[in-house]
Ligand binder design. Structure first.
Ligand code: E4P
Length: 219
């Protein structure tokens, strides 16, 4: 079970990394735009500050496989954890196959069907990212897609790890893991919501009060 954070906010990542529960980071062009920095700068800082991360994503944005690979070549020498994110298009899959054959970590992103996932596995992707929340936004069940993809992955003993993306709340996150996702990538808010429970807070308040009372009465 792996937890990645889906953000380019390096300070926010740092405070969650201290929990010892974070294995990687994903970003996308929208998250990079929000950060106001270049993707290269974000990747370099992530690699310097979190050398033990297993994966730091670098998304290529191009039409052809050759262009994607040319962009990827500017990213993967930055750190061994760099994972090249390619879109689930025919050119993206070609790029994935060539990069994977060359020993470069890859993540096929924007996956919305079992058929796309099968091709990404066949192309040797290290990870493939079904977008759970965006499917739900369009009246399809994101977690059912995770279940189906994980079924194929197991049945055919494929090495690709299923990385549930676009996960927006804790219940969805748990169900993705229940259905076999190997990795979750979560926005900071969703990660935090996994441990925040009003019942834990209330229980703790009661225990604290009782502990204080017991300490008083037992001298
Ligand atoms: C994954 O790699 C994407 O960055 C991300 O999970 C997309 O999430 P969104 O649909 O909430 O934008």
């Amino acid at each position: 079970m792996r937890f990645f954070l889906d953000t380019a906010d390096v300070d926010a990542i740092a405070s969650r990394y201290e929990t010892g529960l974070i294995d990687g980071v994903t970003t996308n062009p929208t998250l990079i735009l929000k950060s106001g920095r270049t993707q290269h700068d974000v990747i370099k800082e992530l690699a310097e500050r979190f050398p033990l991360m297993e994966s730091i994503s670098a998304e290529v944005v191009a039409e052809t496989a050759d262009e994607m690979i040319a962009q990827a070549e500017t990213f993967y020498p930055l750190a061994p954890a760099v994972t090249i994110k390619v879109p689930c298009t025919v050119e993206g899959l070609k790029a994935c196959k060539r990069l994977s054959d060359g020993g470069i970590k890859t993540n096929v992103t924007l996956v919305f069907s079992v058929a796309q996932a099968c091709l990404a596995m066949k192309a040797g992707a290290t990870y493939l990212s079904p977008f759970v929340g965006r499917l739900n936004d369009n009246s399809f069940s994101g977690v059912e897609l995770i279940k189906a993809i994980c079924g194929v992955q197991k049945e055919h003993r494929m090495e690709t790890k299923i990385l549930a993306a676009s996960v927006r709340e804790a219940h969805q996150a748990s169900r993705c893991l229940l259905y076999g996702a190997h990795v979750l990538t979560l926005p900071i808010k969703t990660f935090d919501s996994m441990y925040n429970s009003v019942l834990t807070r209330e229980g703790l308040d009661l225990f604290n009060r009782d502990y204080a009372e017991a300490s008083l009465s037992n001298g």
